[in-house]
Design a protein around this ligand. Structure first.
Ligand code: AMP
Ligand code: ZN
Length: 482
């Protein structure tokens, strides 16, 4: 690809918004040869939903952006297969155990199954595989060692249900969200709906090691110097990121729900153990919302998976295109209409590429200003990953019919796709639901919502006449070609 082999121009060095400093600044890595990137991974007790995948797509865009700027990236992703309780505020049950009970399977089977489907779905969205994938349950010893360092440094205390981190001992606890310890504690006390463990010294203190209940064995438990039990959720990310990326590393990402608790606590325990700055750049992706503008959340059951999109006849990369239409720090509302529009746009782009490829030698009136497009491309991508601007550039190029040579235009678009990763040169296939059928399905859903069963049945028959069979399942409507 000729176009983007060129280096980023000097006036468009990569700038990113750092949640820690709340400023957009030029990215300067610790080691120019290899950038270190840690992303909080899935809790594998259930399918990852498309909201989760919005965050993983943003992280993939970050990695591709770093790569296109000439950096080699060491990308670490953890798999949370133990310790994440049903409430982020450190109460409730272990989510993996809940999953095992629900499906009458072992905790290991649950974790294995949902880890596998996570990577299958990620692949469908062209999310690159991390350099290192690490499971929490493979790193229990590393976590115990880190807790021992914290104990030695005087940051821990033990109560009936486990070993806790004393957040009042750290002078800058809460810095990621710009609150000091006192204000954070007061805010939590005033606003909380959760009942906190009264033995805890401060409301913000969190579990490092939790003891198994005295009267029963847990499905997952390990020996430790403090007693049998399992690790708290946050400690896994500190232990694994330090192990693979060092005590101070470049970039740490996650969704916008993480700064107040998970990432604040990761910083606290890492910096208290090492005495060093944990991470230089923190990046957080905004939520995908769904229906009544709620965050799409596994815990609320109101979710859509990549498989659900496929069953409705969508190309998973149409969803990736939809994510590109909003900046990663802006909320994005999911609607089927938005997804349909994204798919239409994607197919139009692919069709355009096909037409270009059939006539690559056609010359334009003027030669295309490749250099200018490359410059504008880097300007947008290096401005805190401004993907909507890149899409604008793509469409400008597509609409610019007369002025350029087809081959240059084709190769430039292919080069842009290194970041977008929407398979722009893939042939448009016909195994997707035609627009007309999609509309009939929507109409039928509206009728069903209004309990107009007669119209719903008539629409089902009409859809059948077009050669498609519908099935109503608990996860939504499925279709297949007759
Ligand atoms: P979990 O599997 O719940 O630990 O979440 C995995 C990742 O998805 C985390 O980085 C979350 O912050 C992120 N996430 C969760 N819900 C959403 C959502 N509705 N939109 C975007 N990201 C989300
Ligand atoms: Zn994490």
């Amino acid at each position: 690809m000729f176009a983007l082999r060129a280096k980023a121009p000097r006036d468009s060095l990569l700038k990113i918004f750092n949640s820690l400093t709340r400023k957009k600044k030029v990215f300067t890595p610790i080691n120019k040869q290899e950038v270190s990137l840690y992303c909080c991974g899935p809790t594998v007790y259930w399918y990852a939903h498309i909201g989760n995948f919005r965050t993983y797509i943003f992280e993939d865009l970050l990695r591709r952006t770093l790569e296109i700027n000439g950096f080699k990236v060491k990308h670490v992703l953890n798999i949370t297969d133990v310790g994440h309780l049903t409430s982020d505020a450190d109460t409730g049950e272990d989510k993996i155990e809940v999953g095992a009970r629900r499906e009458n399977k072992t905790v290991w089977e649950i974790a294995e199954h949902y880890t596998q489907t996570f990577f299958e779905d990620a692949e469908k969205l062209n999310i690159q595989k991390p350099t290192i994938i690490c499971k929490a349950t493979d790193h229990i010893t590393d976590m115990i060692k880190l807790i021992q360092r914290l104990e030695k440094n005087g940051y821990t205390y033990t109560i009936d249900d486990g070993v806790y981190f004393n957040t009042s001992k750290l002078k800058d606890y809460g810095k990621l969200i710009g609150m000091n310890f006192k204000r954070l504690n007061e805010t939590l006390k005033a606003g909380t709906r959760v009942e906190f463990n009264p033995q805890k010294v401060n409301i913000t203190d969190f579990g490092l090691w939790r003891f198994s209940p005295k009267d029963r064995k847990r499905l997952m438990e390990w020996n430790s110097p403090w007693g049998d039990g399992f690790p708290g959720w946050h400690i896994e990310c500190s232990a694994m990121s330090i192990k693979y990326l060092g005590e101070t590393f470049d970039l740490h990402c996650g969704g916008i729900d993480h700064p107040p608790i998970h990432h604040t606590n990761e910083i606290a325990q890492s910096e208290a153990a090492t005495g060093k700055k944990f991470v230089n750049y923190w990046l957080h992706g905004a939520f995908l919302t769904f229906g009544s503008k709620k965050k799409m959340a596994k815990s609320q059951g109101d979710i859509l998976t990549v498989q659900n999109l496929i069953e409705r006849g969508f190309d998973p990369l149409a969803y990736r295109y939809l994510c590109l239409t909003a900046h990663y720090r802006s909320q994005l509302e999911f609607t089927w209409e938005n997804l349909q529009a994204a798919q239409n746009a994607l197919y139009t782009l692919r069709e355009h590429m096909r037409r270009l490829s059939e006539n690559l030698e056609r010359k334009g009136k003027k030669t295309l200003k490749v250099k200018e497009y490359v410059k504008n491309f880097f300007k947008a991508v290096n401005d805190d990953l401004n993907m909507p601007k890149i899409l604008t550039l793509v469409w400008k190029l597509v609409r610019n019919e007369m002025e350029m040579n087809n081959r240059e235009k084709y190769e430039l678009l292919l080069a842009f796709d290194k970041i977008l990763a929407i398979d722009i040169a893939r042939e448009v296939t016909t195994d997707h639901l035609p627009l007309k059928i999609e509309e009939l399905i929507h109409k039928r859903e509206r009728a069903r919502k209004n309990q107009d069963w007669k119209t719903a049945d008539e629409l089902r028959d009409e859809i059948k006449k077009h050669g498609y069979l519908l099935e109503d399942t608990s996860e939504g409507i499925r279709w297949r070609k007759i």
